[in-house]
Design a protein around this ligand. Structure first.
Ligand SMILES: O=C(O)CCC(=O)C(=O)O
Length: 386
């Protein structure tokens, strides 16, 4: 399908042709960057240096074919369950079948709502005002609901399949290669961009705490892994300005003003097939457009930090209550890595599980069972938000 066909021409009004040209040109630039391929290792079993070089050069990399067909089928089944259990409408406590709605008993921030094709954060003070410019909000069809869920935080408590993806040995090896073997969790999420409904995420950079630090560098605020259930296209995927993770705080409003629209000229889309997993530096300037295309995009976001970026740091308060992150907090929030590895071992017994060095050093063992599953309720209250 051509990029033009992916976007319903009328939704961008007079800007439709410019938008279609932007999507098409962006895709060509993205595919020429040299930052995609399968996870590869060198002779010593380390994630290949070429991959790391390309990641640090661009601020993102697409790992192709990480999640196989069986795993994607598991994730899709869990996604259908999650969608079926969402509240009937915002603030409802039951789903369409009258069951307790997903997230209704969570104290942590869990469900994020938007008007269809809206941009709930852009141009507001929300999230420390890190999304300074509102994206164009296309008109949604008349028969769409008033509000839709486009983002679920704490997602690993709702899906064993997502938890198992989080424990994927290749992904955890990448986390160690980028953040060090003592890498720690940040937050986890599902971005759900349904066709004709999914919200924009206005241009932003993610970090809050380390921009002015003397030790700031291109990796200070960690990264998100973005696993793709259905793949992602220029029309529905995340766009990144390559190399912008090295620049410090960017004047986003000025960039949009210079461009004359939210179509930032240097940005490129993350383009993925189902089962690909992108890694995106949180300091990179990135965002996504409302999903006016006919394709679903469902992203399993799995964020990781360097331990040194978190230990003893006063958290930014965006994903969890402000707190200084001490060793006990890190140990408690990192339990989920152990559960994920064990849950994965139970389902994919032919794989060699990842060995997380901090558990070995402390002698920690994790068992994945119903009690462990119950213990994940509201686990994201302990997200480490920097
Ligand atoms: O998935 C998206 O549309 C936005 C993702 C994003 O901005 C993030 O993970 O920080």
């Amino acid at each position: 399908m051509s990029v033009q066909e992916q976007t319903t021409a009328t939704e961008y009004g007079a800007e439709s042709a410019a938008m279609a040209a932007y999507l098409s040109a962006g895709e060509a630039k993205a595919l020429a960057l040299g930052n995609r391929g399968p996870v590869r290792y060198d002779a010593d079993g380390r994630v290949h240096g070429d991959i790391l070089d390309a990641y640090w050069r661009c601020g993102f990399y697409v790992f192709e074919g990480v999640l196989g067909a069986d795993e994607l089928a598991d994730i899709e089944a869990d996604l259908q369950d999650i969608l079926g259990r969402l509240p009937l409408e915002k603030d409802a406590v039951v789903d369409a079948k009258g069951r307790p709605a997903l997230g209704a008993n969570c104290a942590a921030p869990t469900l994020f709502w938007s008007k269809p094709l809206g941009d709930p954060f852009g141009g507001t003070d929300l999230a420390n005002g890190r999304h300074p410019v509102k994206m164009f909000e296309p008109e949604a069809a008349a028969d769409t609901p008033d509000e839709i869920v486009y983002l679920i935080l704490g997602s690993l408590q709702f899906s064993d399949a997502c938890l198992r993806a989080y424990g994927h040995p290749d992904l955890l090896a990448v986390a160690a290669a980028v953040n060090g073997e003592d890498f720690v969790p940040f937050t986890d999420a599902l971005f759900i961009k349904a066709p004709g409904l999914g919200a924009s995420v206005a241009w932003h950079q993610d970090g809050t705490t380390h921009w002015d630090s003397e030790t700031w560098d291109q990796g200070s605020h960690g990264f998100n892994l973005m696993g793709q259930l259905y793949g992602c296209t220029p029309a529905n995927g995340v766009w990144v300005v390559p190399g912008s993770h090295k620049l410090g705080k960017i004047d986003i409003a000025a960039r949009v003003a210079d461009a004359g629209s939210e179509r930032l000229p240097d940005a490129v889309p993350i383009v993925c097939q189902p089962g690909d997993v992108a890694i995106t530096n949180r300091q990179a300037l990135h965002g996504s457009f409302a999903n006016t295309s006919a394709q679903w995009r469902v992203t399993l976001n799995m964020g990781f930090h360097r331990r040194a970026s978190v230990l003893g740091v006063a958290g930014g308060g965006l994903h969890s209550a402000p707190a200084v992150y001490d060793d006990a907090r890190i140990v408690e929030r990192s339990r989920i890595i152990g559960y994920a590895i064990e849950a994965r071992r139970q389902r994919f017994g032919n794989e060699t599980p990842y060995i997380y060095k901090p558990f070995t050093a402390r002698g920690d063992h994790h068992t994945w069972d119903e009690a462990a599953r119950q213990s994940l309720h509201d686990y994201n209250l302990l997200d480490m938000s920097i």
